[in-house]
Design a binder for this molecule. Structure first.
Ligand code: PEP
Length: 247
């Protein structure tokens, strides 16, 4: 039985002071429920938010990392920098990073390998554009993204990884995939994991849906057979996040 996991992606929002206020306002309401809860916050907010949630079950995640350990990579953050302060999760290959920062499937794979080697749980994002959905290539595309992201990842590590299916046309648009559309793609992701590894790995890996999840649609989406929670952007910055976590 997979445990639901709900992660908030704060994106480039909240100064450290604002981040602590938001974490404090949420923590008693989202702590200790049925779902694993992760707050993926901007780099400068990681330490203050870790401090704010320290006596709770809420985990803290980063929104990116570099695949090298150290060196001349101005502006980047390494896996070790994250683990040393207590970060447990990292979002990899978010569509905004793919679109605005030229992240390719190969980079997503390198980052996934580095995150796993460091002991971080990757939340690997995959998903299609509206054009790709209209072209009927969603399943092929998402299968390919998943396969490349998991190249070289052991079955054991894949079991504890998280994949977030995020149709790009649904991110930040208020347009959500229907429960069945989301389920169909998440089932296809689970199927490809089964083909790469085995049935036990496919059963264990957690697959989230992301794309305009809100208090009104979370319960039905998370009830679908292959959807194990959500990656939540806009609504994770509001009190509404409590209702999503406690769906
Ligand atoms: C996201 O940023 O991953 C996301 C799904 O955003 P939103 O919930 O705002 O669509």
């Amino acid at each position: 039985m997979r445990k639901t996991i709900v992660a908030g992606n704060w994106k480039m929002n909240k100064t450290p002071k604002e981040a602590v206020e938001l974490a404090n306002s949420l923590k008693d309401k989202v702590n200790g429920g049925a779902a694993d809860v992760v707050l993926c916050v901007p780099f400068v907010d990681l330490i203050p938010v870790l401090e704010a949630v320290k006596d709770t079950n809420i985990a803290v995640g980063a929104q990116n990392l570099h695949f090298e350990d150290s060196g001349a990579f101005t502006g980047e953050i390494s896996a070790k920098m994250l683990t040393e302060i207590g970060v447990k999760y990292v979002i990899i290959g978010h569509s905004e990073r793919r679109a605005y920062f030229a992240e390719t499937d190969e980079i997503v794979n390198k980052k996934t390998l580095k995150a796993i080697a460091a002991g971080l749980t990757p939340i690997i994002c995959v998903g299609e554009t509206l054009t790709q959905r209209e072209q009927g290539v969603t399943i092929e595309l998402v299968r390919l993204q998943t396969k490349i992201a998991l190249q070289g990842v052991s079955g054991g590590a894949a079991k504890s990884a998280v994949i977030a299916y995020e149709p790009i046309w649904a991110i930040g648009t208020g347009k959500t995939a229907t429960n069945q559309e989301a389920q169909d793609v998440c089932a296809a992701i689970r199927q490809v994991v089964k083909e790469i590894y085995d049935a036990a790995t496919a059963e264990a890996i957690r697959i989230q849906y992301g794309g305009s999840v809100n208090a009104g649609n979370a319960k039905d989406l998370f009830a679908m057979a292959d959807i194990d929670g959500g990656l939540v952007g806009g609504a994770s910055l509001k009190a509404e996040f409590e209702q999503i976590v406690n769906f």
